[in-house]
Write a protein that binds this ligand. Structure first.
Ligand code: FES
Length: 146
């Protein structure tokens, strides 16, 4: 008999991950690799989760006011990995202003949902992206960017 859930948490709650969450967790997109050096990017944002202590870092490369490239790295869980993977696809190609407005709700919706207790994991990516954009704007590299 096959299970109707993916994870049974310590409180006995059954978690079911969507197909999209599994796709992005098992095959995450735009993870930072050692081949890309820091000078390739224009800014980095880092946030930590008060809920679990995990950390997320996002690097952005900006060209003509748009996110030309985005890479990320996390010490977070499967939900954080899937969330940031899909966020990277949502943000690349967008103007800084539009990318800044991507919310955790947008991410969860694009993933087809997350278990209730894993919603906080989706917040790390969008916060780290906003931190990277804030740092980019403070860096003085913003000529021609919006
Ligand atoms: Fe920490 Fe998910 S439990 S990011």
């Amino acid at each position: 008999m096959s299970k109707k859930f993916d994870v049974l948490d310590v409180g006995g709650e059954e978690w079911l991950y969507s197909k999209k969450v599994k796709q992005h967790f098992f095959h995450p997109k735009n993870v930072l690799t050692d081949e890309l050096k820091e000078r390739y990017f224009d800014a980095v944002g880092e946030v930590g989760s008060p809920a679990c202590g995990d950390v997320m870092q996002i690097w952005i490369r900006v060209r003509a006011g748009k996110i030309a490239d985005l890479k990320w790295k996390t010490f977070g869980c499967a939900s954080a990995i899937a969330s940031t993977s899909i966020l990277s696809e949502m943000a690349i190609g967008k103007t800084l202003a539009r990318a800044y407005k991507i919310t955790a709700q947008d991410i969860v919706k694009s993933l087809g949902g997350l278990p209730r207790r894993k919603i906080h994991c989706s917040i790390l990516g969008d916060q780290a992206l906003r931190a990277a954009i804030d740092n980019y704007r403070k860096s003085g590299k913003t000529k021609g960017a919006k």
